[in-house]
Design a protein around this ligand. Structure first.
Ligand code: PMM
Length: 262
């Protein structure tokens, strides 16, 4: 899954694809590089980000969804708003990727249930402003699995068939580095919940310090190799999807992984 953030302020590519034509061209490039899905988002979830209002989010994402879906690409919309999800699906999106798993907008589950779109439910504990205060777990893997299971129960009760639900551990969301590493190690356990698993490590901060010091840590534009390594690992762990900004490096990693596996 290649990421196109139509935002002025996302942590790694904010502002790069803010203009709709540039965003569409970038989505086409990611598809040409080997992305099977293009994920289009209009709201930055970086800590402290100010949320755009719904009209602005619609203005950002709908034309880009329409153009890329019109090309025949499989498009997902990265949104926490039911109204944006509905408009994006009407414009051709096949997947609603909600980082709040349906918690941020009480209307989300019912709106998605009324479509035939698939739904990515990511593990989430609240908006980005204070998410690190929520990074408290007894056992991060057990707690995340239980909370995702609760989301599946609520989403299916709202009418979304279980086979339409994809689960994501939400790396970096209310999680400190050791939580992210524990969840990556536990990807097969997440798969035991019986749903497809999507994982997003791309350029995240927990990759910055691996093998480095505060002085030499990787900048956001220096994390694509580390991301690709985690992509190969996630493939080995059996995940369905890997959400990345730099498709080329991850396609390389997956090609090598496939060759390794004969
Ligand atoms: N991470 C970001 C945004 N959306 N969606 C899913 N399903 N999983 C993630 O880990 C995830 C996401 C972080 O922001 P970015 O768009 O700048 O990478």
């Amino acid at each position: 899954m290649g990421v196109v953030n139509v935002t002025p302020d996302s942590f790694s590519d904010g502002g790069s694809w803010f203009d709709p034509d540039t965003a569409v061209a970038h989505g086409r490039l990611l598809a040409a590089q080997g992305a099977d899905l293009i994920d289009i988002g209009g709201e930055s979830t970086r800590p402290g980000a100010v949320r755009p209002d719904e009209a602005e989010e619609l203005r950002r994402v709908v034309p880009v969804v329409e153009a890329l879906a019109g090309d025949g690409l499989t498009v997902s919309v990265d949104t926490m708003r039911a109204g944006v999800a509905a408009a994006a699906v009407a414009a051709g999106a096949r997947i609603v990727n909600d980082v709040s798993g349906g918690l941020a907008d009480p209307a989300m589950a019912a709106v998605v249930a009324d479509t035939d779109a698939e739904f990515v439910a990511m593990h989430w504990r609240g908006h980005s402003g204070d998410m690190y205060a929520r990074a408290r777990y007894d056992d991060v893997v057990a707690d995340v699995c239980r909370e995702l299971g609760d989301r599946v129960a609520a989403l299916t009760a709202a009418g979304i068939a279980p086979e339409r639900i994809i689960l994501d551990p939400g790396l970096g969301f209310a999680k400190v580095p050791e939580h992210n590493w524990a969840l990556l190690r536990a990807l097969p356990t997440l798969g035991d919940l019986g749903h497809r698993v999507l994982v997003g490590t791309s350029r995240k901060r927990f990759l910055a310090l691996v093998g480095r010091t505060q002085e030499t840590m990787r900048g956001t534009d220096e994390r694509d190799v580390a991301t690709a390594v985690t992509s190969a690992y996630a493939a080995q762990a059996g995940v369905w999807g890997i959400r990345v900004h730099d498709v080329v490096a991850t396609v390389d990693a997956l090609d090598v992984w496939e060759a390794m596996n004969g």
